[in-house]
Write a protein of this length. Structure first.
Length: 171
């Protein structure tokens, strides 16, 4: 397998699906941190303005061109979470038994929201969704939050068919 070619627009290499998930996290984190932010403006900045420079990757920000299926993935998951976060949060409130959902940190909430959307609305294998969510929590979450999120996501997986049925989504 060869190295991805650079794109003509920015000279950046296309990002992987893993980095696309990180970009979804970045967009959603900003969206929920800035009340009144427009999700479409954030997506526009991500895809059209290339607002971040090469030095930003070291700070955890994803740089590179998000194209093709990865761009579609970023748009779909970001919009699903932004447009349905109240419903998603209502579902997630049932899972952290020893801690109230609203008391969780913003990184953990964002990770859970995007993981639940991916579990409900895509055909991505559960194991990949969980592993990627745990990797995000190691980068952006509090120490040991990955163990906490793993337990919540495991419970969601056990209930996923019931959750899909409530939303009238085919299993």
């Amino acid at each position: 397998m060869g190295v991805p070619e650079q794109t003509e627009i920015t000279g950046e290499k296309p990002v992987s699906r893993r980095k696309a998930r990180r970009k979804v996290f970045e967009i959603l984190f900003e969206f929920f941190q800035r009340p009144g932010a427009d999700i479409h403006d954030l997506l526009h900045r991500t895809f059209e303005e290339h607002a971040f420079g090469p030095e930003d990757e070291g700070e955890g920000l994803v740089i590179g061109d998000i194209t093709g299926s990865n761009r579609e993935f970023v748009e779909n998951i970001t919009l699903l979470v932004a447009e349905r976060f109240e419903m998603i949060d209502h579902m997630l409130e049932n899972y952290p038994h020893e801690w109230k959902f609203e008391r969780m940190g913003m990184p953990e909430k964002s990770i859970l929201r995007m993981a639940l959307c991916e579990l409900l609305f895509t055909d991505t294998p559960f194991k990949i969704v969980i592993n990627e969510a745990l990797d995000l929590s190691k980068i952006y979450g509090e120490a040991e939050s990955n163990r906490f999120l793993n337990g919540i996501l495991g419970s969601i997986i056990r209930d996923i068919d019931q959750l899909k049925e409530k939303l009238d989504i085919a299993p």
